[in-house]
Write a protein that binds this ligand. Structure first.
Ligand code: HC0
Ligand code: SF4
Length: 573
């Protein structure tokens, strides 16, 4: 242990601790901007400077390690002035259109200006030449707001193993951008949106599709239906002041009906349907020597990553479309027929924790109903904005149920929202289909949790099924390299692009670096997802009565010709 004093207060911390962490331990907040714990610890922005007795200059607390007998001062006139100068210089080159910024009131730069008591900006002059890039279907870059903190760069390179954005040029001309200042749409960005979650300001945001949805809602000709992804029910409440991971499953239908949707359905229904198809696809590949390991295909960021970086695994991908897309295809065929509605009049909106879903719904493969199966995708953040604009307070909504039939689901559908959930849901069904026996314990805890790569062996009818789960694309890389190099062998792999799975999706509520410092928000939301599952009366996809009815009335059986036509696809390099 190391003993030091911070502003005269004694503190004892383990060796290797930074001054920033030591200060937090005694409840002292040193301001930061480029720092993002575990992801971007580079001491670049100089916002966290402190005085260390005996040191020649002010030191960046986020990277300065403690040492025995050290005396640190966090609140001297020199420290305060240095931080203010740094902040004012940043503001002098910043687009200060705060009231119209998507991050207004949730911006770390704005908050620092308030906390440091900035009353005016002493420096004026030229601003850097900015670029607004909105060609991607998912992500918008606005460098007029970028403060060059590099949090997005580290996230894209290290957390996602993608690395398509970097600082280009030098000095005043420095700009975080794809190579040759191309658009994100022109490079191998996978649309995961993790860079947005890392951005402290409004330099990165989702492509806003709220206008499209407002228009549809106002159109009397349109039958506007909405589906809600599993992970949204444990995150939307955060935007309305409810706690992290608050479960708002039943408040969502009430709020969305008041916003004007004609029917409120559930992607969990699509997830149960996916399990029926994917579970049987797995069994078929297992029994008939098909390509293994089977790899899940419901995360569109992961699909794009596979296409760009691991095309040799494309044949391993499940041919199943994602639950969002299965839902869309079923809505514009089966549901349209059942309700006697012209499918051209149905407008399908998805509310997703994901930015890549905006891209997925526009893929040419996703039109098996004869129309674009899903018309618009809103992130959790966008639907929160629409509800606020309409004066609907989610927190004050009564409990209401989803509509039938596409709103009926099981706990297995819900757990899709957390890493390991698709695998667990599949195992619940595969086990019972193969053995004909009821599972004694339906919770496959070996595939749960925050570890980057998880492995388990499940015995089904005497056969040992080896499974693996990866979340976050840098972890996917590690896992796939091991399979490629024959260092590991599996039958079934789940990959989700975002760390934590969809609960940590790039469209979810954004936490500041400060809030992320000692809270694992993904684990909190993940635990909430498992609680949703525990409370469901039905917890296995094959028990979903609405899915059973869909097979009886329309699809026939899993992997039928009709299922293939509507619910499956193929990805080619
Ligand atoms: Fe997910 Fe999904 S679980 S990708 O994370 O599979 O976005 O929540 O909606 O489609 O169901 C996201 C979440 C979904 C889909 C489902 C899958
Ligand atoms: Fe990188 Fe994902 Fe952001 Fe694209 S969306 S730049 S892949 S972090």
């Amino acid at each position: 242990m190391v003993n030091l004093t911070i502003d005269g207060e004694k503190v004892q911390v383990p060796k290797g601790t930074t001054v920033l962490e030591a200060a937090r331990k005694i409840g002292k907040k040193i301001p930061t901007l480029c720092f993002l714990k575990g992801i971007n610890e580079i001491g670049a922005c100089r916002m966290c400077v402190v005085e260390v007795k005996g040191a020649r200059a002010l030191q960046a607390a986020c990277v300065y390690p403690v040492s025995e007998g050290m005396e640190v001062y966090t609140n001297t006139p020199a420290v305060r002035e240095a931080r203010k100068v740094t902040l004012e210089l940043l503001l002098s080159d910043h687009n200060l259109e705060c009231p119209t910024c998507v991050r207004n009131l949730n911006c770390e730069l704005q908050k620092l200006a308030e906390e440091l008591g900035i009353k005016s900006i002493r420096f004026t002059g030229e601003k850097h030449k900015a670029k607004y890039d909105d060609f991607s279907p998912s992500i918008v870059r606005d460098t007029s707001k970028c403060i060059l903190c590099r949090r997005c760069v580290s996230t894209c390179h290290n957390v996602q193993g993608v690395g398509v954005i970097s600082p280009n040029h030098r000095g005043f001309e420095t700009m975080v951008a794809p190579v040759y200042d191309m658009s994100l749409a022109e490079v191998a960005c996978v649309n995961c949106g993790q860079c947005i979650l890392a951005c402290p300001v409004g330099a990165l945001k989702e492509k806003d599709d709220t206008d499209k949805v407002w228009q549809a809602l106002q159109d009397p000709e349109k039958h506007v239906i909405v589906q809600i992804a599993p992970a949204v029910r444990v995150s939307l409440g955060e935007e309305f002041g409810l706690g992290r991971g608050a479960i708002v499953t039943k408040k969502i239908p009430a709020a969305l009906r008041r916003l004007g949707f004609d029917r409120v359905f559930d992607t969990d229904f699509g997830a149960d349907l996916t399990i029926m198809e994917e579970g049987h696809e797995f069994l078929e590949r297992l029994e008939h020597g098909g390509k293994l390991p089977l790899i899940t295909s419901c995360s569109p960021g992961w699909i794009k990553f596979c296409e760009h970086y691991y095309p040799e695994f494309l044949e391993n991908l499940s041919t199943c479309k994602s639950p969002q897309q299965m839902f869309g295809a079923v809505a514009k065929t089966y549901y349209a027929q059942k309700m006697g509605i012209d499918p051209s009049k149905i407008f399908v909106v998805s509310i997703m924790p994901c930015t890549a879903k905006k891209y997925e719904c526009q893929r040419p493969e996703m039109r098996s109903s004869g129309y674009q199966d899903v018309d618009a995708v809103l992130t959790t953040r966008e639907i929160a904005r629409m509800l606020k604009e309409a004066g609907i307070n989610l927190a004050a909504m009564p409990d209401e149920e989803f509509d039938e039939p596409l709103g009926i689901s099981t706990g297995a559908g819900a757990i899709f929202g957390a890493t390991g959930g698709v695998m667990e849901a599949a195992l619940r069904t595969v086990y019972e289909v193969v053995t004909g026996k009821e599972l004694e314990n339906i919770e496959f805890t070996g595939v749960r949790g925050v570890e980057g790569i998880k492995e388990a062996v499940v015995e089904i009818n005497g056969m040992k099924i080896k499974v693996a789960v990866a979340h976050g694309l840098a972890n996917a890389r590690k896992l796939l390299d091991r399979v490629k190099n024959k260092e590991a062998e599996y039958h079934f792999i789940e990959i989700m692009a975002c760390p934590g799975g969809c609960v940590g999706g790039g469209g979810q509520p954004i936490l500041s670096a400060d809030e992320r410092f000692d809270v694992d928000y993904r684990a909190i939301r993940g635990n909430a997802i498992y609680e949703v599952d525990r409370k469901m009366p039905l917890r296995k996809s094959h028990e979903n009565p609405a899915v059973q009815q869909l097979y009886k009335e329309f699809l026939g059986k899993p992997l039928s010709e009709k299922s293939h036509e509507l619910l499956h696809t193929h990805y080619t390099p």
